[in-house]
Design a protein around this ligand. Structure first.
Ligand SMILES: [Zn+2]
Length: 302
């Protein structure tokens, strides 16, 4: 396996950090270091995008004939093989109500990936913030955690895009989500200070006007609209894969790893290559509608 020796060293270094655990973020400093390289502008930055893993403590606990533990166990080796520099799990990490056992199982399943890339885990309506932090303690060293009271907000700088992971968990195991005033105020203060690079936001909840969607979505767009460097918002929640647009911002709905809600939708993850002017997203399916497995969708933000 090419690069094995080098990778083994990285893995060892990472493990020594991960054992002190470190991380809502299982994070190393790769992304930050890369952003300082002179050739950064020509780079493509590979990020593995996962959402709605819905990991239960029990292997046989599933939905619609899907077994989320089994799905993630298939996905993780694929992600490791793709050699991402970063991985994001965009909420609903846990099966239903965010039990400690769910997160312990999630951590076990993600460990082979955490050994080769930093993983950032956002929160959704089936997560429990307190239980989550019991298993993935905040990492003071990572410098990604943002000071938003009561929310888990992270900022990850890469050579070609700045990634902001927002927290829309409002009530555990109830459908609707909310950023809330503290987080909106933080975003409104942050965006004018970060204009030199495209920004991609991640939030768990859907961005329409449904009663189970992001309830302050219009207030989010009034904050984002004046800041043209915000190019994309990635979301999950609906267990669908599709790309749309609002106010010039690309909206990217990530497929679920755990299960779909309808047979027409894929179950899997997205291998995303970010570059200066967009992102090339390759769908990787492990179940559901697999017709578009391997299909690359180019989203250009100019
Ligand atoms: Zn979900």
């Amino acid at each position: 396996m090419p690069g094995f020796f080098h990778e083994a060293i990285d893995r060892k270094q990472f493990l020594s950090r991960a054992t002190s655990l470190g991380a809502a973020m299982l994070f190393n400093s790769t992304a930050r270091a890369d952003s300082d390289t002179p050739a950064a502008n020509q780079e493509r930055f590979r990020v593995a995008l996962l959402s709605d893993t819905h990991i239960p403590v029990t292997a046989g606990d599933g939905h619609r004939g899907f077994l989320p533990q089994e799905n993630l166990a298939k996905v993780v080796p694929q992600v490791v093989e793709s050699q991402p520099k970063l991985a994001i799990v965009n909420g609903d990490a846990a099966r239903l109500d965010g039990q400690v056992g769910d997160y312990e199982k999630l951590r076990e399943l993600l460990t082979p990936l955490a050994q080769v890339a930093p993983i950032h885990i956002g929160l959704g309506n089936h997560d429990d913030r307190g239980n989550f932090f019991n298993v993935f303690p905040a990492d003071a060293e990572s410098k990604t955690s943002q000071p938003v009271t009561g929310k888990h907000v992270s900022l990850v700088d890469t050579p070609v895009v700045r990634i902001v992971v927002l927290d829309s968990l409002l009530y555990v195991n109830k459908v609707a989500g909310l950023l809330g005033k503290n987080q909106r105020d933080w975003l409104a203060e942050f965006l004018p200070t970060a204009t030199d690079k495209p920004i991609a936001c991640f939030v768990h909840h859907t961005l329409d006007d449904g009663d189970g969607s992001l309830l302050d979505v219009d207030r989010l767009f009034s904050i984002v609209r004046p800041h043209k460097q915000v190019k994309a918002i990635f979301y999950g929640h609906s267990h669908r894969y599709e790309v749309s647009e609002r106010d010039g911002v690309k909206l990217i709905n990530l497929p679920a790893v755990g299960y779909n809600f309808t047979d027409d939708q894929p179950v899997g993850w997205v291998d995303a290559e970010f570059h200066q002017s967009g992102v090339a997203m390759t769908l990787k399916t492990v179940g559901g509608n697999q017709n578009n497995n391997g299909k690359t969708t180019d989203v250009i933000w100019g």
